[in-house]
Design a protein around this ligand. Structure first.
Ligand code: AHG
Ligand code: MN
Ligand code: MN
Length: 340
């Protein structure tokens, strides 16, 4: 049952912009363009089984990962929609080797660049489980009026203007954060609009769910193995043992973590000594969102948002989620992290 006024994503961002007299509305307009790309991708995801877009593309991305047809379609959709936007100077994507700078006059004069993981959780596409699109928006550091440069895309997460994700789950939602707040919008397919459904999202300080690929345990450090034991030990006062949930789609696992509380970990391990997940496309935006909602994102050695990127496709370990759970997990790994 509907209660109160229906607020669309557009109305909401315009209202937010009005709180800042110096704001030009470019960020709202860019969010509208990203939402448009999200709706196009949603349409492809929702009918995937009918339109020959399931399965592998037959190519690999720069990181040597096999691309799915929908990875490529989502990537092309975002690149195309943002090229047509008047507020985006260029993009960088998990699926492309280098950044793309849009060279028309409007784009060259735009102050923002966008980074994205066009489709996160690709291994879930063919089995109809939750997948998502993750995006980050930075104010460019290169000269306005000229094409954007790689330096615009190698900014630390603490310079983010906004970040968000679109989750193609049992319903489709867009969640986006600025430093001020995190808000969630559910797509109403009958009117084609994202409408405010989860205002001012806050992540619980504690949780009862741990989320990681437990099948990798044999490759984990001793500290990580000890933390896993802690999660599985019985302790009535602290509400343990915790439950384990792992979809294998960071967006899906973190959307649950944001709402219910918990911890999500992709640590460094013997086969991925630097971690698996990508700083610029996955860890920074998701940390920005979780921290704006009151949680923590940490690499074990440094706050995720303080890592200075040196390359576009860099990977980092990540411990992210409810404040108290992340701090506890970090206690288990801090000595070995300090020892290198
Ligand atoms: P992507 O589909 O964009 O390549 O990302 C997959 C990521 C992330 O979403 C997920 O948490 C993780 O990889 C799963 O990795 P494992 O299969 O190694 O657990
Ligand atoms: Mn991903
Ligand atoms: Mn991806």
């Amino acid at each position: 049952m509907l209660q109160g006024k229906l607020i669309t994503l557009d109305e909401f961002t315009i209202q937010e912009t009005r709180k800042f007299p110096q704001a030009t509305g470019e960020l709202s307009s860019l969010l509208r363009d990203i939402a448009l790309a999200g709706k196009v991708i949603n349409n492809k995801v929702r009918t995937a089984g009918l339109s020959d877009v399931l399965g592998k593309q037959g190519s690999s991305n720069i990181q040597g990962e096999e691309q799915m047809k929908l990875d490529v379609l989502a990537d092309e959709t975002l690149i195309h929609v943002l090229k047509g936007s008047t507020d985006c100077a260029g993009i960088a994507s998990e699926e492309n080797d280098d950044h793309v700078s849009y060279e028309d006059t409007f784009s060259a004069n735009s102050k923002y660049v966008v980074l994205f993981d066009p489709l996160d959780g690709s291994s879930n596409i063919d089995v109809n489980a939750s997948i998502g699109t993750i995006f980050s928006i930075y104010r460019r550091v290169s000269e306005l009026g000229k094409p954007c440069t790689e330096a615009d895309f190698l900014q630390a997460g603490n310079k983010l203007m906004a970040a968000g994700y679109i989750i193609y789950g049992s319903s489709t939602m867009m969640v986006y954060a600025t430093k001020l707040s995190v808000n969630g919008f559910t797509l109403d397919p009958s009117i084609g609009e994202f409408c405010l459904s989860h205002p001012n999202m806050r992540i619980p300080e504690n949780g009862k769910i741990y989320s990681l690929n437990q099948g990798n345990t044999i490759k984990y450090s001793e500290g990580m193995k000890a933390y896993l034991n802690y999660c599985m030990e019985s302790n009535k006062e602290e509400g343990r043992p915790y439950s384990h949930r792992y979809i294998g789609s960071m967006v899906g696992d973190l959307h649950r973590t944001l709402i219910k509380g918990g911890i999500f970990i992709y640590p460094a391990d013997k086969s991925s000594p630097k971690g698996k997940l990508r700083l610029q496309y996955e860890c920074n935006p998701m940390t920005f969102i979780v921290e704006a909602a009151g949680g923590i994102g940490h690499c074990g050695y440094e706050r995720v948002l303080d890592v200075q990127p040196t390359e576009l496709h860099q990977r980092v370990p990540i411990f992210i989620g409810s404040k108290n759970m992340v701090n506890k997990a970090l206690e288990f790994v801090k000595e070995e992290v300090a020892a290198g």
